[in-house]
Design a protein. Sequence first.
Lengths: 328, 369
Amino acid sequence: MTIVREGMKIISATKKRSRLRGENLPDVTFRLVALAFAGLIVLLVLAMAIAMAKSSWPAIQQFGLGFLVGRTWDPVFKNFGALPFIYGTIVSSLLALLLAVPVSLGSAIFLAELAPAWVRGPISLMIELLAAIPSVVFGIWGIFVLNPWLRTSVEPMLGNNFGFFPLFQGPMYGLGMLSAGLILAIMIVPTITAISREVLMAVPNSQREAMLALGATRWEMISKAVVSYARPGIVGAVVLGLGRAVGETMAVTMVIGNRHEISASLFAPGHTMASVIANEFSEATYNLYLAALVETGLVLLFVTILLNALARLLVWRIAGGPKGAQRE
Amino acid sequence: MKQPRFRLRSRWFGPILPIAALVVVMATACGSPSGGSPGTGGSGQSLLINGAGATFPYPLYSKWFDEYTKVAPSVRINYQSIGSGGGIQQITQKTVDFGASDAPLTDDQLKAAPGELLHIPTVIGAVVVTYNLPGAPSGLKLTPDVLAGIYLGEITNWNDSKIMSLNQGMKLPDQTITVVHRSDGSGTTNIFTDYLSTVSPMWKSKVGKSTAVNWPAGLGAKGNEGVAGQVKQTPGAIGYVELAYASQNKLPYATLRNKDGDFVEPTIESTTAAAAGAAATMPADLRVSIVDAPGKNAYPIAGYTYIIIYKEQADQAKGQAVTKFLWWATHEGQAYAKDLLYAPLPGEVVQKAEAKLKSVSSNGKPVLQ
């Protein structure tokens, strides 16, 4: 007993000392290590960007800004412009977000707030399984199931009813921007749903109780007290989903039609930055060609950063500033 | 007194222990290759040859490497099918002992290499035009002009009079043509665009030939399976795939009019006939295109695939092993080609390859005795 009492005394003395000094050695070490790891990530991104800039230098010199606005991609006549790929990446990813976010948020809210426990388990499991399917499987499914269905049912329906809209005009191949957007949407739904659900479940019950105590309906409680409280986390989930959509290669290249063209129609084939790199890298036989492909990768990096920033800005703006039940 | 000191130390170790562990792991990971890897070639017992390049001949090459271990048990060949572009790059940088390419190297590429490179043709590939026409059987007749017209986007409907007049007995529907091409860079595309450039001046000036081109029309699909799948699913589609892929999957194919004016089916025999027809005009460095070759039975869309080695080999033992393997591949190895649906080299070309292999030397002495 006396030993324990002695020990307690020494511990409390140490605590007092560390409080006086502000920090103790373990804290300092931990802080430095965490800082080093965080810095490592920044360094990695920087190193990657520098290495890519270096090996794409011939293309940067040759085409300058023309690379970003050029519409021709001609390996034979050595003329490279990446605009169709930039356009394809942005449009297919935004289309995917447009389709996936409402579905994901809806199912996340259902799972976190409304579903009885016996439903929650199986559905959550299914969503996580969906996230584990390799993208090439999505691509094969796209070719054999989704595309024929789009060509024979969905696209004629859209074309007949909304054909006056430039989005739904032109020949119907099945594959194209619409197909890519749909595949990407299916691929990012599990990411956004699973993270949003976790975030929603982490909202403290006091939020819900307080709102209900004020006489709110269930809908008011969820929309005002739960979702708005969880907004930063949900934005994070959406940004992660966007990241997956922007970088996705295999499934997209299998269904998008791989045509270097900008077309207003969603039925028309397109191309993305990630898929052109994957398609042409292995047979790029001269330096400028290789440099142009690496520069496409560099542009992809910047577009990803830009889209992430925009998405955060947009969601925060649309959702408005802090409301009643907002975490400080 | 002991307990508190222990606690103090445990708080010390908390953050440090994982770092220490990490350092130890990294140190051992870095150290192991020098210590633990088996000796390759150094002992003289077994010789490891590295190669890299084309994916198109890979099934045959891996069969060869496997069979060759029975002929020369001490030689192991390690081949990475990373694509012709990668193969050319690696042989230029001398990181591999041989490269493989579906297209002969250009003059610029040869100049970039630090030594004289030899092209050894190993086998011949052919490209088949496949299509999806409901109600129309295999054997659609096409001429070079019509095929180029379709891929240029000038002929857009199956009932176009140019196609109709060639296929009098066939009922061709009023259906738009959906053109399908490869989206990935590939030797197949190189042979196909080489053909179109040869038969159509318009194609040559507008599009040209390469492993990937700026297609004037159509959709891109990834790999032979992608093109075949897209054609199969789209009524009115036309595409091109490797001969091996087309026959394994029993795809409908078009017969093409060759230089002599005959309509020829794509087969292994007609592909070898194309190589034989072009053998007379084969240049000394063996870099040749055999599309639109003369000969009654010559199928017009064909091309060699090559293995590329340095004429002067720095390492005598390795140089000898590579050369001996290539000798075997161009002779006994040809017997395996047909089973895997590649066309074997005609006799004249094997003789030319022999001469090339005999010229390989190390320190001024020929490696083959």
